[in-house]
Design a binder for this molecule. Sequence first.
Ligand code: ATP
Length: 333
Amino acid sequence: MTYDVTLIPGDGIGPEVSEAAVRVVEATGVSVNWHRVDAGAECVAKYGTPVPDEVVSSIINNRVALKGPITTPIGVGFASANVMLRKRLGLFANIRPAHTMPGVKSRYDNVDLVVIRENSEDLYSGLEHIVIPGVVESLKIITEAACTRIGKYAFEYARRNRRKKVTAVHKANIMKLADGLFLECLRRAAREAPEIGYEEMIVDATCMNMVLNPERFDVMVMENLYGDILSDLASGLIGGLGLTPSANIGETGAAMFEAVHGSAPDIAGRNIANPIALILSAGLMLKHMAEFEQAARVEAAVQRVLSEGKVRTKDLGGDSTTTEMTDAIIAAL
Ligand code: ATP
């Protein structure tokens, strides 16, 4: 069987790490017909949007996409292609697993948590305006429908992956209505899954506890902005952004897999980026496609290369190139 998969190489280090991930998928023997499409700054010049319709229709047709990072201009310029893609495809859940990797120096040796980030609303609604010069209003939108959906998903994920506890992260002491609604929906979902433990934690206390005692966390579910920040924190606990994959899952059956890291323009084009985050994202993609054995092989090959410690990119304290890391993972497969 041959799978049709949309490939968005992205920009910055995107094309380098995407090529690495494609090579690893091909080395597993899974047959993929890659549909390459572009999104991002170049498309704005050509089509007036960072996400041309052709990208969205390709993902809708194929139902699966692997995506390299795409730069979002800071403060000015076009809206984030990443956010636009998630919105247009209804990818409401962003799953970001972070677990300790053998052989990678980090502060803890038994972190194994999953951040589930609500992907569709919150301060990412993009609703901002200047009220009067010097005063800006930025709207945080929270709906019962989206909170219920992500709450249910978090418990379903916990059940499916034999996880024991869900922590709902919030700031309902200050945003009593918005985060209060989020908690109400989470409590409802928790009541429907009595076999899974449930706790609530304020986001600032969560940051402290993640740094002091990350082993206590299992599945963590939160609104969009908290999820963005805490998942980078989780990456830091296991050795950095170069190692953390993610999956975006939608109600319509579409799924998009990407690294947690951004386009890292500071190291782009030098063949020194760590490709592991996107390679592990491709592993999550294989699992989603029910290629469980091949997904497990990819994860095991990455772990083997990391634990041997001979090949390491710069972010892991070595001087191997992106290509050398990819070659080593393929050899370990
Ligand atoms: P975004 O806003 O898109 O998340 P960002 O600029 O905040 O992007 P990244 O692009 O993820 O963040 O980069 C943050 C830092 O991590 C940079 O210094 C970058 O070089 C480093 N980094 C990110 N990804 C990798 C990688 N795959 N390999 C090595 N270093 C990386």
